[in-house]
Design a protein around this ligand. Structure first.
Ligand SMILES: Nc1ncnc2c1ncn2[C@@H]1O[C@H](COP(=O)(O)OP(=O)(O)O)[C@@H](O)[C@H]1O
Ligand SMILES: [Mg+2]
Length: 409
């Protein structure tokens, strides 16, 4: 199996259907076993991107949602495929399916059966098969057989993803008790374990509602609403908990040239701006166009696994800009990173951040993101942007040179 999505399927199948289940593409199962479930592999069994239930309505709903938060042509493709499935094409066209079997008479102990018990109703599931990255983990869309999306489940598969799932459960609990203004957050429905790994279930946000355009002002305002949670102003950088924690994370980094270079850069930031007062507040931590949808009732935001409190105000807006640019300029990540750092003053102005503070905030954000990549060993995991030394660290150093030329009066 050369396709990396098939590798992903190989990895997750035993977690979704533990032994004595057997899972195979297109095969009917060994003697003495009986089929207990099957899934469509879309768009094809050779290069699957999506696992969908076979029921017409549920399959169609899974495919429609797979276009969510993606560009217009991906949404259109998803809509066309969804319409075909709804019309019953699934039976005819996608014959090579994922077949789940159990020894005759064995009790089913699948994850989806467990989730049905958790939600106390019959559920079916769909799942996206993703590209390699260190934080890859199964995210299951849970639907009723009529195709209504009920919830999303996330399952940890190793130490990193277990901690992310745990952090998301804690974040959703904290956010349920906070005022997030127009930002709408999923409710935590279940916080538990499955086969020794963290499992959470959260309510589905109504992403099927008609979309509204999201202008820069509303985006900045929404970042401000999240940052208002526990916000404190005028904290001197070098005496902040944020600075201390960044230092501790840097100390714990695995040895390597990139880690050395990053430590040197952060020392320079401390010398140039350690005495500068900053505002700190909560941050989503992965505030990107594909983790949100603007609808009439507010801004729907999911994927809170990187939520933190007491982060420099504006970090989420910088992340949004960087991630958007990284997608728009696939071939030039260094330019995207440099553009974010050097454009920070203008970008953060709507949040009331002074220009020089804006630059400092962007440097802290970049150092923080580089630390995250190195901590998560994204390079070793084969992530596209895993080598921060070639795109993020040069932008950081360029911005630091700018910062060192500033006078803070
Ligand atoms: N609560 C939710 N409501 C609606 N859609 C969700 C929800 N949680 C996840 N999703 C969908 O599942 C996808 C993957 O979930 P996400 O939390 O972003 O995981 P990942 O960490 O893999 O990016 C999202 O892009 C979104 O389409
Ligand atoms: Mg996401």
């Amino acid at each position: 199996m050369s396709d990396d999505r098939l590798t992903h399927l190989d990895e997750v199948a035993p977690r979704l259907w533990p032994a004595p289940h057997t899972v195979a593409v297109g095969a009917t199962g060994a003697a003495g076993t009986e089929p207990v479930g099957e899934y469509l592999l879309l768009p094809s069994a050779r290069h699957p991107r999506l696992l969908a239930p076979t029921g017409r309505r549920a399959a169609s709903a899974v495919v429609r949602h797979s276009g969510e938060g993606r560009h217009a042509s991906a949404r259109l493709k998803a809509a066309v495929l969804a319409a075909g499935l709804r019309a019953g094409l699934g039976r005819v066209v996608w014959r090579r399916r994922l077949q789940i079997c159990l020894p005759r008479g064995a009790a089913s102990g699948s994850l989806v059966a467990h989730l049905g018990t958790v939600l106390d109703r019959e559920v079916v599931m769909g799942m996206h098969l993703g590209p390699p990255r260190a934080n890859r983990k199964p995210v299951l869309q849970l639907l009723d057989p009529a195709g209504r999306t009920l919830a999303y489940a996330k399952l940890g598969v190793d130490a990193l993803t277990d901690s992310l799932v745990g952090q998301e459960a804690a974040a959703l609990t904290a956010l349920a008790a906070a005022d997030t203004g127009s930002v709408r957050v999923p409710a935590l429905l279940h916080d538990g374990t499955w086969q020794g790994h963290r499992l959470l279930v959260q309510s589905a946000l109504p992403v099927w509602q008609p979309r509204r355009p999201l202008d820069a002002g509303s985006l900045a305002a929404a970042v401000g609403e999240v940052a208002a949670i526990g916000r404190v102003d005028d904290v001197v950088l070098s005496s902040s908990g944020y600075w201390r924690e960044l230092g501790e994370r840097l100390d714990r980094l695995p040895d390597g040239a990139a880690a050395e270079r990053l430590r040197t850069s952060v020392d320079r930031i401390g010398r140039a701006a350690g005495a500068v007062p900053l505002s700190f507040g909560a941050s989503h931590g992965d505030w990107t166009p594909w983790n949100m949808a603007a609808v009439a009732g507010g801004l729907l935001v999911w994927d809170w696994e990187r939520f933190r409190t007491a982060v420099p105000v504006g970090s989420d807006l910088l992340h949004h800009r960087l991630q958007t640019d990284l997608v728009a300029r696939l071939e030039n990540p260094p330019a995207a990173a440099a553009g974010t750092v050097l454009g920070a003053a203008a970008l953060l102005a709507p949040l009331g951040v002074a220009p020089r503070t804006g630059l400092l905030t962007a440097l802290l954000y970049s150092a923080d993101l580089a630390t995250r990549y190195l901590t998560d060993r994204q390079l070793e995991a084969g992530a596209r942007l895993g080598n921060v030394g070639v795109w993020l660290l040069p932008a950081l150093d360029r911005g630091i040179a700018e910062l060192e030329g500033e006078t803070w009066t």
